[in-house]
Design a protein around this ligand. Structure first.
Ligand SMILES: N[C@@H](CCC(=O)N[C@@H](CS)C(=O)NCC(=O)O)C(=O)O
Length: 211
């Protein structure tokens, strides 16, 4: 299929974010399982696609795209009919990029450092997120009043940010305050999220059977 997205991922990885996004975008895609337990991500064939040896990766129209936030932004533009990004000439586009990049560059490192119990940095000003509390409160403010991070419009930024928040709460790296719980529950009620979950579950089951 000419427009098919080749999606390299594991059902137990950040690839879940992209899987949800593919369903939101209505993109035709082929899931290529990369088994992290058997280190398939470090095999030469896969390193030729993504030299980081990490998932997810997509290949679309000959272009390799890695990094979940970049993939979400790319898919929103490549499949515009799904209206998952504000128009390029709208000021909301700035807000959209802001939270998508904040999610990847500041919020994610803050929660991963917390999850791994990393000691506080000697120079917090050198960290992209400064301190954990600032990163969390900044995001909480952005999600108020909602219902989504851009207000009324659901966007690819929500796919990314909501996934990070849900993961952080699950890992106890983020307090499950009502604002975060209601936001994730709202986004996860979407039909595309439910489709992703069901398909992801099937792939996980097949993968376990095969190994
Ligand atoms: N910055 C990357 C991070 C990707 C990443 O760390 N993926 C993990 C799975 S969640 C991975 O592939 N780990 C396997 C490894 O590093 O060997 C993104 O946002 O996509």
């Amino acid at each position: 299929m000419g427009d098919e997205v080749i999606f390299y991922s594991s059902p137990f990885s950040r690839g879940r974010i992209v899987h949800w996004m593919l369903e939101e975008a209505g993109a035709p895609y082929r899931f290529e399982v990369v088994n992290l337990e058997t280190k398939e991500q470090k095999r030469p064939e896969y390193l030729a696609v993504n030299p980081m040896g990490k998932v997810p990766t997509i290949v679309h129209r000959g272009a390799v795209v890695t990094e979940c936030a970049a993939i979400c932004a790319y898919l929103a533009d490549a499949f515009p009919a799904a209206r998952l990004a504000p128009p390029t000439d709208s000021p909301a586009r700035g807000t959209y990029y802001r939270w998508l990049f904040f999610g990847g560059c500041s919020f994610e490192p803050a929660i991963i450092d917390r999850m791994l119990s990393r000691p506080p940095a000697s120079r917090p000003g050198a960290l992209s997120y400064g301190c954990y509390e600032d990163a969390v409160e900044t995001l909480a403010k952005a999600l108020t009043p909602g219902p989504y991070i851009l207000g009324r419009q659901f966007s690819a930024a929500d796919v990314y940010v909501c996934s990070q928040i849900a993961f952080a709460m699950m890992m106890k790296a983020l307090e499950a305050r009502p604002l975060f719980q209601e936001y994730t529950e709202r986004a996860q009620q979407r039909p595309a999220y439910k489709r992703f979950l069901e398909k992801n579950e099937q792939i996980a089951t097949q993968m376990k059977k095969a190994s």
